[in-house]
Design a protein around this ligand. Structure first.
Ligand code: ZN
Ligand code: ZN
Length: 362
């Protein structure tokens, strides 16, 4: 709880520094990051109101109030009953606040309602402010990411001894989800199994396609464990690899390695992208690498910093993100290798540690 109290203090300092009078957070990870409480995705409004110089109050539907732990005293609770207007409750709590920062994942209906109640208030997005707090992970957060990564790695390892040919992508995908949950994940958010030509679509949904000998299979899996995300991709080849696959795979491995080795405090996010992209482009596959090299990871699977051209964010110790270059030949096959890395004082720690060779399976 002291960690949450410290985060609320930091959030208050951040809003004070940007001339904001209050911060309002509803859905998404910003709220549990500050309070330990995640709002239910619902038409009933949940909103934390954090004034720059007053006590934080969590406005919640009365029926959700029993789920909120208030023993720590870091925020007060304002349950609203079914016949009350929660927007009016928030408006009153905001009082004379002129400039309010609002969480990016707030339903527009609530923001529009608040704007109607006081037309003189200025609303700004709280996204940059909150990601500024969340982008540098504490040791405890890196440790949580490490634990989640280890569970996902265990699933990738277990897949090596399974039968693949003759099974549908969906069947393998369901096995992956089961294994993530049995490993301790509270959710198995995605289990991409892209076999043969389906692998050329980076975010392919596992389908009824039956995996065949000669298929390369992209296996990108992840979920959440104790509130922190896992995300790792490994490649499987059923029997013999398809034509051209081996040469491209060597390039991909080299690109992923180059990007990981490039990571250290002081370099930009876009330079990590360039480290991977340069290797792939030099080998002639540039047009087949159709996405950014990576994304930050923490409470959300995708968050800042994005490892993409144009992002001049300078890396600092405590940042964590994926490095996941891919090569996708439409109609033929796709390949991607993905590890989560944490920036350390001297470089990068890979949180995913399974062998990055492709695994030949039956
Ligand atoms: Zn992934
Ligand atoms: Zn990813």
């Amino acid at each position: 709880m002291t960690e949450f109290a410290a985060r609320i203090d930091k959030a208050r300092a951040a809003i004070a520094a940007s001339g904001v009078d209050a911060l309002c957070l509803s859905l998404g990870s910003d709220l549990p990051y500050l309070t330990g409480y995640a709002a239910m995705m619902s038409e009933r409004l949940t909103m934390l109101v954090l004034p720059v110089d007053g006590d934080a109050v969590l406005v919640v539907p009365e029926l959700e109030a029993p789920r909120v732990d208030t023993s720590h005293g870091i925020f007060g609770l304002r349950p609203w009953g079914e016949t009350e207007d929660p927007v009016a409750v928030v408006d009153r709590l905001l009082g004379g606040a002129d400039v309010v920062a609002i969480g990016e994942e707030t339903w527009s209906t609530f923001l529009l309602g608040l704007q109607q109640r006081d037309e003189h208030r200025t609303w700004i997005g709280a996204g940059a402010m909150m990601s500024g707090l969340r982008v540098i992970k504490s040791d405890a957060e890196i440790s949580a990411l490490r634990t989640a990564a280890a569970v996902a790695d265990g699933v990738q390892m277990a897949l090596r001894s399974q039968q693949w040919s003759g099974r549908s992508e969906r069947d393998v995908s369901n096995e992956i989800r089961d294994r993530l949950i049995r490993g301790g994940h509270e959710s198995a958010k995605f289990a991409i199994v892209g076999s043969g030509p389906n692998g050329a679509s980076p975010h392919h949904e596992a389908s009824s396609r039956v995996i065949q000998r000669g298929d390369a299979v992209v296996c990108d899996i992840g979920g959440h464990q104790d509130g922190y995300a896992s995300d790792t991709t490994r490649m499987f080849v059923v029997g013999e690899p398809p034509s051209g696959f081996d040469d491209a795979f060597e390039v991909l491995r080299e690109a992923q390695q180059a990007a990981v080795e490039h990571v250290r405090p002081g370099v930009t996010a876009e330079s990590v992208d360039q480290a991977a992209r340069g290797v792939i482009a030099d080998a002639g596959y540039g047009e087949y690498f159709i996405h950014r090299t990576g994304h930050g990871i923490g409470m959300d699977t995708h968050e800042h910093p994005y490892i993409v051209e144009g992002n001049e964010t300078v890396l600092e110790p405590g940042m964590a993100f994926s490095i996941e270059p891919g090569i996708y030949l439409p109609g033929e096959w796709g390949m991607r290798l993905e590890d989560i890395v944490a920036v350390t004082g001297g470089g990068a720690e890979r949180l995913n540690t399974t062998d990055r060779s492709y695994t030949v399976v039956d």
